[in-house]
Design a protein around this ligand. Structure first.
Ligand code: GAR
Length: 208
């Protein structure tokens, strides 16, 4: 059984999608064993507790710099014996030592079709604001492995959503979550736990 550790900072709807998929028996070979939040008051922590999942809180301002914070995160992941680390709306920067310790074992869900609308400054609602400003007609979400390049790691799954007349960033965010993120994140985790994702030269190959 693979230990899945989920990193969160906010509402945790993606965490909820993972918990629901686990309850439906869709994540064979893995179990969410710990949720680590970068915010003390993240509602994601409540979701974990309501489902009997062990929680930890690591707040960035309690550490001198990003390296000290990353060291603490690495120790926590080590103590939890993490086999897979999932960023599910985790908004705090870690240094390269963390992703180097978990090569192709850390995944992130991003609310756009990478390589569009990604990288520094593109997170949360800002992504959907930029999508609307540009006027693209199709957007979506991406699950990818985490590397030192922000939003630049191997792409695992993508799903599209239409941009409609009258969309606000909030309306678009909700559509992208419902029809993209909450589907592809649990699917990617299930594929990982079933050892069905292979990475060669930065490209993933999925055994369906
Ligand atoms: C999600 O839309 C996720 O894709 C995004 O933050 C939201 C978290 O929602 N993540 C990023 O923008 C990371 N670059 P949640 O806490 O309800 O899962």
């Amino acid at each position: 059984m693979k230990n899945i550790v989920v990193l969160v900072s906010g509402g945790g709807t993606n965490l909820q999608a993972l918990i629901d998929a686990q309850k439906r028996g869709e994540i064979k070979g893995g179990e969410i064993t710990c949720v680590i939040s970068s915010k003390e008051d993240a509602y994601a922590l409540e979701r974990a507790k309501q489902n009997g999942i062990n929680t930890r809180v690591l707040v960035r301002k309690d550490f001198a710099d990003v390296h000290e914070y990353s060291k603490a995160m690495l120790s926590a992941l080590d103590e939890e014996k993490a086999d897979l680390v999932v960023y599910a709306g985790f908004m705090t920067i870690l240094d390269e030592t963390v992703c180097r310790a978990y090569p192709n074992k850390m995944m992130n869900v991003h609310p756009a079709l990478i390589p569009s609308f990604c990288g520094k400054g593109f997170y949360g609602l800002h992504v959907h604001e930029a999508v609307l400003e540009k006027g693209v007609k199709v957007t979506g979400a991406t699950v990818h492995f985490v590397t030192e390049v922000c939003d630049g790691g191997p792409i695992i799954l993508q799903e599209t959503a239409p941009v409609l007349n009258g969309d606000t960033p909030e309306i678009l965010q909700k559509r992208v979550m419902e029809i993209c993120e909450w589907k592809i994140l649990p699917k990617a985790v299930a594929l990982f736990c079933a050892d069905k994702i292979r990475v060669e030269n930065g490209i993933t190959f999925i055994e369906e």
